[in-house]
Design a protein around this ligand. Structure first.
Ligand SMILES: *[C@@H]1O[C@H](CO)[C@@H](O)[C@H](O)[C@H]1NC(C)=O
Ligand SMILES: *[C@@H]1O[C@H](CO)[C@@H](O)[C@H](O)[C@H]1NC(C)=O
Ligand SMILES: *[C@@H]1O[C@H](CO)[C@@H](O)[C@H](O)[C@H]1NC(C)=O
Ligand SMILES: *[C@@H]1O[C@H](CO)[C@@H](O)[C@H](O)[C@H]1NC(C)=O
Length: 489
């Protein structure tokens, strides 16, 4: 081989290697993102951590939760960057983790086990919160005192007040969502742990009865512990119908389906919300699996589900969302990525149900097929994982550029390993004010996300943008499982 041709060969090889590198940096690794999106939940764990804990910088915390009401409330998840256990959004988080497994578990491969562990960390806690008839624990931790401190969960010394609802002081949205979480989870565990699945289902039935029989909002029953933090703005009927929908899916009992059909019209059909507060859009999509093509019930749900899907088209006349220049979906309210992940989940699920019956949707001039809906969801996931004007991934620990100063107490303050001594209420402030990246990487956390102009401030002060929450991540688990192994072609 001549020297020249040898050089040419080397040059070509180097160029090819560079192209491969560029390509792999450019394309999204959904499998890696899926694993990380589930790992995040270990960083939010409260209670006694098991030996299998992989997020090593965390340690045991809040080991006497519930002692004030003599109910063991150890466990569950911290909600976001604080150390309060808000059971209403925690239940929605658990429902969405469970729906992710019910719908996409067979696509998850080795991550299925981790996803089930993440669900169980929620459901074990909800079994405690509903252990005694006629009382449902609503929350643990005084949120005002908690927010006044910048402390690691492992050091917490603020009042761990337990809040609860009863027949006299009811909370139908709280209990309705917990019933949904338990019923959905019973389906997630059905093939891998039948006895646990039965326990969850029995409890779901009992908790739904409580929610339905004693009607009222936990807003007023729990008072300032819950609202203004997680006020139930749109009422409790959506959670009751949502709970009944999941119970019908899990039990096939006609009573639950009758409940859904006879109450759905009490909800405002023009509301296309899906999140910890509004369940309307999720109900229509969930029940469409059996209502699509069922002449007796289709009209109650399918036109609204179709309208919801049309409302995501960027040029739709009935738009319910707007898109930034860079292509991210926006809705009013904080933590915008919660909308992008939850609505992407619904887009994919509905597309799959449509695909199963060869359905398309007339949206104005356009006929929308399943692939069109999936591509909208994919564009959201890709934006979140780095295909955006800043080239920034909004998942911590994924990609080469991601938020490093997230608003999260445990991530910001040195871990117990690094700093074993107690760090008191305001002693964490020096970590908060630091210009350094957070010492503990909360791998997999999705933050609130960029502003409407696609800009992002990687700043602990900007909690709207830099704080993670469990209900941003939970639907994304399902979205990533699907995009990693797409089935609609
Ligand atoms: C938690 O703390 C104990 C000592 O209190 C230590 O042995 C253990 O390694 C710590 N666990 C983690 C995950 O850091
Ligand atoms: C809960 O409180 C919020 C804020 O005060 C209020 O807007 C909402 O209507 C209340 N919800 C119910 C169901 O009472
Ligand atoms: C959908 O269309 C395919 C191909 O045209 C056909 O094989 C299948 O039977 C149809 N399925 C339903 C449920 O109509
Ligand atoms: C957060 O950052 C955005 C710009 O990216 C800005 O519009 C907003 O005012 C900031 N909020 C705070 C509280 O600093």
């Amino acid at each position: 081989m001549s020297k020249a041709s040898w050089l040419v060969r080397i040059t070509v090889m180097v160029m090819m290697m560079m192209m491969i590198t560029v390509k792999s940096e450019d394309s999204i690794n959904y499998e890696e993102a899926l694993g990380k999106s589930i790992l995040f939940f270990e960083g939010q764990r409260s209670g006694k951590l098991p030996p299998s804990q992989r997020m090593k910088w965390r340690n045991d915390s809040a080991l006497s939760d519930g002692s004030d009401i003599r109910i063991d409330m150890v466990g569950g998840y911290y909600d976001a960057g604080d150390n309060v256990k808000f059971n209403f959004p925690m239940a929605f988080t658990t429902t969405m983790l469970a729906w992710s497994v019910v719908e996409f578990g067979d696509l998850m491969g080795t991550e299925l086990k981790n996803a089930l562990d993440a669900i169980r960390w929620g459901t074990d806690y909800f079994l405690k919160a509903t252990k005694f008839p006629n009382i449902v624990v609503a929350q643990v931790g005084n949120p005002i005192a908690d927010h006044d401190c910048w402390e690691r969960p492992e050091d917490m010394d603020t009042p761990r007040t337990s809040y609860f609802v009863t027949p006299q002081k009811p909370g139908s949205e709280l209990a309705g969502e917990i019933a949904a979480a338990l019923a959905a989870s019973s389906m997630a565990f059905r093939t891998t742990d039948a006895s646990y699945s039965n326990i969850l289902l029995d409890r779901a039935i009992q908790v739904f009865d409580f929610a339905n029989k004693y009607r009222g909002s936990y807003n007023t029953s729990v008072g300032e512990g819950a609202c203004p933090f997680y006020c139930d703005f749109n009422g409790y009927m959506d959670e009751l119908i949502w709970g009944a929908s999941w119970l019908y899916k899990a039990t096939n009992t006609a009573n639950y389906w009758d409940f859904v059909k006879s109450n759905i019209q009490t909800l405002d059909a023009g509301l296309f919300d899906f999140g910890w507060d509004g369940k309307q859009a999720g109900i229509n999509v969930l029940v469409s699996q059996w209502a699509m093509g069922d002449s007796g019930s289709a009209d109650l749900f399918i036109p609204n589900a179709d309208k919801l899907m049309c409302s995501f088209l960027p040029n739709s006349a009935t738009k319910s969302v707007s898109y930034s220049k860079g292509g991210l979906l926006f809705k009013p309210g904080g933590s915008n990525l919660q909308h992008a992940t939850a609505l992407s989940f619904l887009l994919i699920v509905y597309a799959r149900y449509m695909n199963a019956v060869n359905k398309t949707i007339p949206c104005g001039q356009e006929v929308v097929d399943p692939i069109r809906l999936i591509n909208i969801a994919k564009s959201q996931a890709d934006y979140i994982l780095g295909k955006n004007p800043l080239g920034m991934s909004y998942m911590v620990g994924y990609g080469s550029k991601f938020p490093e100063k997230i608003h999260h107490r445990g991530s910001v303050i040195a871990s117990l390993d690094a700093h074993p001594a107690h760090i008191g209420c305001r002693d964490g402030d020096e970590y908060f004010k630091s210009d350094e990246p957070n010492p503990n990487v909360l791998t997999g956390a999705l933050v609130g996300g960029p502003a409407y102009d696609d800009s992002f401030q990687d700043s602990r002060y900007n909690c709207t943008q830099s704080e993670p929450t469990t209900y941003i991540n939970a639907p994304f688990v399902g979205v990533l499982a699907y995009l990693n192994k797409p089935t609609v072609t």
